[in-house]
Each structure stands twice: as structure tokens, then as C-alpha cells.
Design a protein around this ligand. Structure first.
Ligand SMILES: NC(=O)c1ccc[n+]([C@@H]2O[C@H](COP(=O)([O-])OP(=O)(O)OC[C@H]3O[C@@H](n4cnc5c(N)ncnc54)[C@H](OP(=O)(O)O)[C@@H]3O)[C@@H](O)[C@H]2O)c1
Length: 261
């Protein structure tokens, strides 16, 4: 039976562990969580331990804060990760750092997002050069329990992925706030304003997932000359909203690059 060990039972680790229990019943799922208060929440569904006890051929998922990584790695017995495949979801910890601190080349980096808690993460995964195809498939399989997984070969893409996919839900939520605020100001009850906004986002995402659809084809199709949508799009252009969003994504990418050092 495949063993998957999730280190850290915070927001992300708990969601991944819970998803694995429901979505990969053939796997033995173990959670490593030193905090005694957090352990009971997972007890019963998975085996929870305070420290990592290496097993043969583990898939190790690191869901601890980046600032906890050095002490985690320092606390491992020598060679603990030598036979493991390690997937890190830690923001900004590079493959090289993972490999040298853990003493293995079988390392992968992943950037999930907060929609993982509803099984709708957009996770970008980057394997190190030494990870065999089977290791990439195992990591993809494990992360697919929290949503869609896209594997890339170029690690530098993870900085942009942090902006678009990692921070994406928060950036889109910021824009969605204007829809909800406008709807409330127009007279809708707060819950109805939220319903209008969330269903528009969901419907737009679904339409964009249709074969051949692009953002541009969607808004052009919806904009009849002199119609209502055309008036809205013209105003967005006049206020340079496209440029503002691009600048926000560039700033987020740059910050991800700085944090990764
Ligand atoms: N949440 C997201 O949406 C999201 C998105 C993308 C990436 N990430 C990444 O996912 C990681 C976890 O984020 P999170 O939001 O889940 O953080 P979190 O809620 O703070 O959870 C981190 C967990 O790791 C535990 N931990 C700390 N040191 C540990 C160690 N040495 N061994 C085992 N467990 C340890 C913490 O325990 P204590 O509380 O007792 O310290 C806590 O339970 C971060 O690296 C973050 O960059 C998160």
C-alpha cells in the first residue's frame, strides 16, 4: 500500500490529508504534527504522529510554514528522506534548497491555492530534474485531491504561478468586492448581492472552460455594438483596468521572486 505522509496539519495540510483519505482510499495517510492541540482534529481519520518516522518509498508532502523548514530538516535523522519523494507546498522554498537540506534529489515544488478547501485548487507543480516520471505521477495524483494540477519543467514559472494561481483567488475576490458592493448599493440584500457575484464568477469560469473559449472571445461575444456590456467594457478600458490588473500580477510575481531569494 502506498504511504503518503503529510507534514503540518494547518490549513493546507489538513485539506490535503482529508482529501487523500476520501480520494485515495488505497493509500495509507499519515500526518506529522508536533502541536498537541491540532492533533485531535485529525485523529480517527488518519494516523497522526509528532515526528516523521521514515518508511520505504514514502511520498512526503511538506505543508509547514517556510520559516519552519530549516528546523524541520535539521531535526530529521540522517538519511531520513533518502528513499522518499518529497513534494513541498511551501511558498518560496526553491528546489535546490529542498534538495540540499533534505539530502535527496527527488524533490518537487507545488503552488496550490485557498480553493483547495473546496477541491478547486489550481496547483502548479514543478519537479526537480532527478525526479523519475513515476514520482511526478505520484505527486500529481496526491495533489489532484485538492483540484486541478499543472506540471511545468521551468522552476522560474513558479513565481508567476504564485501570482496567478496562488494569490489569484484573493486578487479575484478583491475585484469581486466591487460587484458585491455595487449590487448592495443598487438595493440587493447582502446575501443576494453575494449570490449574484459568486454565481457570475462560477458561470464565467465554466464558460471559459468550454472548448475554444478565451476571455476575449467571451467578452466580445457578449458586447453588441452600443449595447449594455459594450458600455461597461469601454469604461473598463478608459480606466485602464487591464493595465492595473497586469501591474498587480507583476508586483505579486516580483514579491514571490524576492521571498524565494
Ligand atoms: N493556505 C494556503 O492557501 C496556502 C497556499 C499556497 C501555499 N501554502 C503553503 O502551505 C504551507 C502551510 O500553510 P498553511 O496555511 O497550512 O499554514 P498553517 O495553517 O500555519 O499550518 C502550518 C502547520 O505546520 C505545522 N508545523 C510547523 N512546524 C512543523 C514541523 N517542524 N513539523 C510538523 N509540523 C509543523 C504548524 O504547527 P504549529 O501551529 O503548532 O506551529 C501548523 O499546524 C506554507 O508553507 C504555505 O506557504 C498555503
Amino acid at each position: 500500500m502506498e504511504r503518503i505522509v503529510v507534514v503540518g496539519a494547518g490549513h493546507m495540510g489538513s485539506v490535503i490529508a482529508g482529501g487523500l483519505v476520501d480520494g485515495v482510499p488505497r493509500a495509507e495517510v499519515v500526518v506529522v504534527e508536533p502541536s498537541a492541540e491540532r492533533r485531535p482534529a485529525l485523529d480517527g481519520r488518519v494516523e497522526v504522529t509528532a515526528t516523521y518516522e521514515p518508511g520505504p518509498d514514502d511520498l512526503l508532502v511538506l505543508a509547514i510554514p517556510p520559516q519552519a523548514f530549516d528546523s524541520f530538516a535539521d531535526g530529521l535523522p540522517p538519511g531520513a528522506c533518502a528513499r522518499a519523494t518529497v513534494v513541498s507546498v511551501m511558498a518560496g522554498v526553491r528546489l535546490e534548497t529542498l534538495a540540499s537540506a533534505l539530502g535527496t534529489d527527488r524533490v518537487l515544488r507545488a503552488m496550490p491555492n485557498l480553493a483547495s478547501r473546496v477541491g478547486q485548487s489550481m496547483t502548479v507543480l514543478c519537479p526537480g530534474d532527478q525526479v523519475p516520471a513515476g514520482g511526478v505521477d505520484r505527486a500529481k495524483g496526491a495533489l489532484s485531491v485538492i483540484g486541478e494540477v499543472l506540471a511545468v519543467q521551468d522552476e522560474s514559472l513558479l513565481d508567476a504561478a504564485t501570482a496567478v494561481a496562488g494569490s489569484g483567488p484573493a486578487l479575484v475576490a478583491y475585484l469581486a468586492q466591487s460587484f458585491a458592493d455595487f449590487s448592495r448599493a443598487a438595493g440587493f440584500a447582502p446575501a443576494d448581492a453575494l449570490l449574484l457575484t459568486s454565481q457570475v464568477l462560477r458561470g464565467t469560469a465554466d464558460v471559459l472552460s468550454e472548448p475554444g473559449a478565451t476571455p476575449e472571445s467571451l467578452y466580445r461575444q457578449a458586447s453588441t455594438p452600443n449595447g449594455t456590456t459594450a458600455a461597461g467594457i469601454a469604461t473598463l478600458r478608459e480606466h485602464r483596468v487591464g493595465e492595473s490588473v497586469r501591474a498587480a500580477l507583476e508586483a505579486t510575481t516580483e514579491r514571490a521572486r524576492e521571498l524565494a531569494g
